[in-house]
Design a binder for this molecule. Structure first.
Ligand SMILES: NC(=O)c1ccc[n+]([C@@H]2O[C@H](COP(=O)([O-])OP(=O)(O)OC[C@H]3O[C@@H](n4cnc5c(N)ncnc54)[C@H](O)[C@@H]3O)[C@@H](O)[C@H]2O)c1
Length: 318
């Protein structure tokens, strides 16, 4: 199988590319290297991938129509795994236009270029954020998602709808995977687990927004990659499928577990909730089990220990 992965140098995509290469697929990737966080981290991810002979990386933007056409004409991949995006809730309140442009125009550009070449299969990275502000779970794919509470969430819901339209008009198979807070080695540096672990191991204080009772369904990256690869292998028409851990944890419990994984007591400063934050995420994974044989298997503390080991090895505190 030949798979085209967008955002290939990013956190989840670099793990996905590695898994696909390990099982013998050919992978072509694209990444622009310049959105969201330190490009040096993405360069390090790209360097790992470059060691594989079945991997080709294009440096460029998914909104670049001519580049996409060049890649698709040269490589004709069987499946597109579309993970490139501006990711994260809070920065989307600061720069909503950039989110809308990259996440919506970018997704449309890819579908246009696919359609023009009769390429019919895409896996799209959506997000638990589309469920909006809720205090009851688990979240099911049939639940109402009409009120996204951040620009980021709105762009991810829009991406799902754009995929639905391409399925309706052109029969494009699009499996939209709603990822629930993904963590593990190479996690984006501004995400809570990365930020907290780094500061706790340095003996620095961390900021906890809210009273610590907010719940997140933290999901280890290798479990997410299991689901992505299963979706690569199965054309399903148009489907939306949660990929989560089905076990929400409180923020204060997460912080305590990070302290345990690091081996130091956290020093916590509490501030009010941030705009765009939601009280809970909690995935129902019944549909993922049924359609993708998805079975998340990494307990939080074990995943945190793997993350901390990666952090210490690749970004020593001293
Ligand atoms: N990490 C999570 O918890 C989480 C949760 C839900 C959904 N997602 C989604 O999963 C996907 C991957 O997230 P991640 O955490 O790995 O983020 P990431 O930022 O590490 O990866 C995204 C990659 O896309 C690239 N990119 C951004 N805009 C681009 C453009 N215009 N052209 C080419 N490349 C571009 C970035 O350089 C980056 O390497 C995203 O679509 C994100 O919205 C992530």
């Amino acid at each position: 199988m030949h798979v085209f992965v967008t955002g290939a140098a990013g956190f989840i995509a670099s793990h996905t590319v590695e898994r696909l290469l390990q099982r013998g697929d050919r992978v072509t990737g694209i990444d622009a290297f310049d959105f969201g966080y330190d490009p040096a981290l993405k360069e390090a991810n790209a360097k790992r991938l470059a060691a594989h002979e079945n991997f080709t990386l294009y440096r460029g933007d998914i909104r670049d129509k001519a580049l996409l056409e060049q890649i698709f004409d040269a490589d004709r991949p069987d499946v597109v795994v579309h993970l490139a995006a501006r990711a994260g809730v809070r920065p989307s309140l600061v720069d909503p236009t950039s989110y809308i442009d990259i996440n919506m125009t970018g997704t449309t550009r890819i579908l246009e270029a696919m359609q023009a070449r009769d390429m019919t299969r895409m896996v799209f990275a959506s997000s638990s954020s589309v469920y909006g502000s809720r205090d009851q779970g688990p979240f099911r794919e049939t639940d109402d998602v009409s009120i996204p509470v951040s620009p980021y969430a709105a762009t991810k819901r829009a991406g799902e709808l754009i995929c639905a339209t391409w399925n309706h008009l052109y029969g494009t198979h699009t499996t939209c995977l709603r990822f629930f807070t993904v963590y593990g080695p190479r996690q984006r540096p501004e995400m809570a687990i990365h930020l907290f672990a780094d500061r706790i191991r340095r003996g620095q204080e961390i900021t906890m927004f809210g009273d610590g009772s907010s719940l997140r369904d933290y999901t280890f990256v290798s479990d997410i990659v299991d689901g992505v690869v299963a979706a690569v292998d199965r054309p399903l028409g148009y489907e939306i499928i949660n990929l989560g851990n089905n076990t929400p944890n409180r923020l204060d419990d997460l912080i305590a577990a990070i302290g345990e994984a690091v081996g130091k007591a956290p020093i916590i400063t509490q501030l009010p909730d941030q705009p765009g934050d939601v009280p809970m995420t909690f995935a129902s994974v019944e549909k993922a089990k049924r359609l993708l044989d998805f079975e998340p298997s990494t307990p939080l503390l074990e995943g945190l220990k793997q993350f901390v080991a990666w952090l210490d090895e690749n970004h020593p505190a001293t």
